[in-house]
Design a protein around this ligand. Structure first.
Ligand code: F6P
Length: 499
């Protein structure tokens, strides 16, 4: 199998029946294309997947070595060949090579002990937690705390990522420096934005007269020596394994603010939910395997129908940060142009992930989804439990809108007036959770991780490196150091901004 065009040629041949026709000819369509796993209902029936297409995709997955690659992933073998290392995020939830699982457990134990010490007042009266990190060291913890911590209120957690001082200013507004814990989250402990924010946050504490401000700093990192050299005491460094990738790291000590804010039991439940999804991905037959089916949908639209993007809409305010989290997970993982072994690819790889929150998005961007010229496969995520005490009318309207959008995209509507006609036949997937609780969220996020991995297997690419982010970083350092020669246009910008 060489290029993607040849491998996925079957997607471009033959007719493409409308969704309504697919339902009409197959009375079992809903049963065949929906499944419930960990109480999460996945409905792929409003996509153009058919049993025949699934069989073709399964054949490709097998030919691309799905079983071996999955075994490598869960077995702690080299799943990331360009960096010659394993990708062991599943070991964090107990599903992996025994040694790695044991290490993860030990490091979790350390995290738990520190949380208990903080709760017991070992670091003083802590009310506020300033979590400093970027990319995978911020998006996951931010999502967890925002989704699950709303009613808990054990600590106020603010996550700051952007190096723009305005972001730090906003994050600490309302925080009492005498009651604040600074958490520096960085796998490498070298990321310039994080290090500058950490220095400024520490400066803010020192200026406010906090005694032993350094003693209120915690580091979450795979580079404990770097954290130590920066000035964090060993007892407050929570390491995690080098083999856990940044965008897959919320299960490790990077999840510390969530474990602190939500409590250890909640954190463990989240890990258990993810572990259950790991087992599903590993053991379920391909035709009933949620991450695999989702990846088949992704490739059907990307390579079969040339969709450039996929839209993700959370019909639940608690999941408002999910689209940004998924953007990193999916785009940093699968935004690649060469194969696993370095050969150029002849078609698109990872789609552009974007999205928002329903119902807000309906009044802003859904026009294009319904009547625009571009095909955008849509994903809706909703929860049966509302998570609030307001009148049931709110949740009925929210979910009613969510389901109506999927139905409308599929059905369309004829009109004599072209401006008022809806072509319909626009695909969507719906994921319905029982509630936004730690277990379900853990399972959902593990589902997304494995779907991303399954897409990478189908495409023959490595989802675990991210060399594409390096050049910009190098050039930014060049600007900082003043020792790099830039093109005329960039130089003009530098002159205007810095004189
Ligand atoms: O620049 C991209 C990246 O390396 C991400 O992969 C990572 O999640 C983020 O930066 C932060 O890196 P670190 O945790 O090492 O600070």
């Amino acid at each position: 199998m060489s290029g993607l065009r040849e491998r996925f040629g079957f997607l471009k041949s033959g007719s493409t029946p409308r969704l309504s026709e697919l339902f009409a000819v197959d009375p079992d369509r809903l049963a065949n294309l929906s499944l419930t796993e960990q109480d999460i209902y996945f409905d792929f029936s409003k996509t153009h997947l058919t049993p025949e297409l699934i069989a073709n995709f399964v054949g490709i997955a097998k030919a691309m070595g799905l079983d071996a690659r999955r075994d490598d992933l869960f077995g702690g073998r080299i799943a990331n060949p360009t960096e010659n290392r394993a990708a062991e995020h599943t070991a964090e939830r107990g599903e992996g090579a025994p040694d790695s699982v044991a290490l993860a457990k030990q490091l979790h134990g350390r995290m738990r002990a520190l949380i208990e010490a903080i709760e017991a007042g070992a670091l003083g009266d802590i009310r506020h937690v300033l979590h400093i990190g970027i990319g995978g060291s911020a998006l996951g913890p931010d999502l967890l705390v925002d989704a699950l911590g709303r009613d808990i209120g054990r600590y106020d957690v603010a996550v700051v990522s952007n190096v723009d001082g305005a972001a730090l200013k906003e994050a600490i507004s309302g925080f009492d420096p005498h009651k604040t814990l600074i958490v520096i989250a960085s796998k490498t402990f070298t990321t310039t934005e994080t290090m500058l924010n950490a220095e400024s946050a520490l400066g803010w504490m020192v200026e406010a007269g906090v005694e032993d401000a350094n003693g209120r700093v915690i580091a979450l990192t795979a580079n404990p020596q770097g954290a130590f050299d920066w000035g964090v005491d060993e007892t407050r460094i929570l390491p995690f394994s080098e083999t856990v990738g940044g965008r897959y790291s919320l299960w490790s000590s990077i999840g510390f603010p969530a474990a602190l804010a939500l409590g250890w039991t909640a954190f463990e439940e989240m890990l258990e939910g993810a572990a259950a999804m790991d087992r599903h991905f590993r053991l379920a037959p391909p035709e009933r395997n949620a991450p695999l089916l989702a990846a088949f949908v992704d490739q059907y639209y990307s390579l079969g129908r040339d969709a450039e993007t996929r839209g993700v809409f959370a019909y639940d305010e608690r999941l408002r940060l999910l689209p940004s989290y998924l953007q990193q997970l999916e785009m940093e993982s699968n935004g690649k142009s060469v194969t696993f072994d370095g050969k150029p690819l002849d078609a698109n790889t990872g789609a552009i992930t974007w999205g928002g929150v329903g119902t807000d998005a309906q009044h802003a961007v859904f026009q294009l989804l319904h009547q625009g010229t571009r095909l955008v496969p849509v994903e809706f995520i909703a929860s049966i439990d509302p998570g609030h005490e307001f009148d049931d009318a709110h949740h009925r309207q929210l979910l009613g809108n969510c389901f109506a959008q999927g139905a409308a995209l599929m059905a369309g509507k004829a009109s004599e007036d072209p401006a008022r006609a809806y072509a319909g036949d626009r695909p969507s997937t719906t994921i319905l959770l029982p509630d936004i609780d730690p277990r379900s969220l853990g399972a959902l996020l593990a589902f997304y991780e494995h779907r991303t991995f399954a897409n990478a297997v189908l495409l023959g690419i490595n989802p675990f490196d991210q060399f594409g982010v390096e050049l910009g970083k190098e050039m930014a350092k060049g600007i900082e150091g003043g020792n790099m020669i830039f093109d005329a246009s960039t130089q003009a910008l530098l002159d205007k901004a810095f004189g």
